[in-house]
Design a protein around this ligand. Structure first.
Ligand SMILES: [Zn+2]
Length: 296
């Protein structure tokens, strides 16, 4: 597993896990006057731990808190790396983790998930890949805790002249939040924006909700030069515009076909469907379209 470190600005650094088909959420570090703030904890505690050490050595500062853009697994599995500092999410995020710790994230729940994945692989005549095995190990050993602080509305942090704002925005998940770095004109979007979709598991794109288009439109209105997406490399405003236009076009196209009574299997292979907006087409593209057809 490889990681890629990007200096977004002198004080904002992004770490990505690359070269794997498994979903790994981005982890960002902001160096403030009084310490480091990490945004999300990624899916792989080893990669996140290395990133933390690297940032501590580089900035000669310690973490002061962690902000979660949302509480999906690929963004919280590195949580244990920050057991010494407060972890902050939206209040909906606190509720979501609390609930999951009694269900899918409980010890039994996690074993059940492993069993389900093993069974579905078997049904497809596949054997677990190295990435699957790693995930099963991680799922068995991961330590998830309820965030120490749940934010209702918004919070601000930083210093005079370098203000940062964290607020709950919804869309991708009820607990989704964003971080705006006003001076640097950087927005850390969580999974309401993703770049290089083909590198991710198709289920992520399939989960894109038509309501999230409004959120993308609101990103366009902001004074932002650089977007750090939930997955994929940093992108500029033009990517957000392209992405918004494409999702709007695709969803209205599908909804049109649906209202005309075109069945899903025909709709997903309609030759007039808007072509995917990135160079590489996501895996299981037709399945993704089927999901969307059902959602519109
Ligand atoms: Zn994600």
């Amino acid at each position: 597993m490889d990681t890629e470190i990007t200096d977004v600005t002198n004080d904002i650094v992004l770490m990505r896990v690359v070269g794997t088909k498994a979903n790994h959420g981005n982890v960002t570090c902001i160096s403030l006057d009084d310490g480091l703030v990490f945004i999300d904890t990624g899916k792989d505690a080893r990669a996140t731990s290395k990133f933390r050490s690297k940032m501590e050595a580089r900035f000669k500062k310690k973490p002061i808190f962690v902000l979660l853009t949302h509480t999906h697994w690929d963004h919280i599995f590195g949580m244990e790396v920050f057991s010494d500092v407060p972890i902050i999410s939206s209040d909906a995020g606190v509720e979501a983790i609390r609930k999951e710790l009694d269900g899918e994230l409980s010890k039994e729940g996690r074993q059940k998930v492993i069993k389900q994945i093993r069974e579905s692989l078997k049904e497809e005549g596949r054997t677990p890949s190295e990435a699957h095995k790693q995930f099963f190990d991680d799922l068995t050993n991961v330590t998830i805790t309820v965030p120490s602080i749940g934010v209702k509305g918004e919070i601000e942090f930083g210093s005079e002249g370098r203000r940062y704002k964290y607020w709950s925005i919804g869309g991708h998940s009820d607990c989704s939040s964003v971080v705006f770095c006003e001076k640097e004109k950087v927005l850390i979007t969580g999974d309401n924006l993703v770049a290089e979709h083909a590198a991710n598991s198709p289920c992520m794109l399939a989960g894109f909700k038509p309501e999230a288009i409004e959120i993308l439109e609101s990103f366009e209105q902001m004074d932002v030069d650089t977007f750090i997406p939930g997955h994929g490399p940093v992108v500029g405003p033009e990517y957000v515009v392209k992405s918004t236009e494409w999702f709007s076009k695709m969803f209205s196209f599908l909804s049109d076909l649906k209202s005309k009574g075109v069945p899903s299997e025909k709709a997903v292979s309609d030759p007039a469907l808007p072509e995917f907006f990135e160079n590489a087409t996501p895996r299981d593209y037709e399945h993704i379209l089927e999901f969307w057809y059902n959602a519109v």
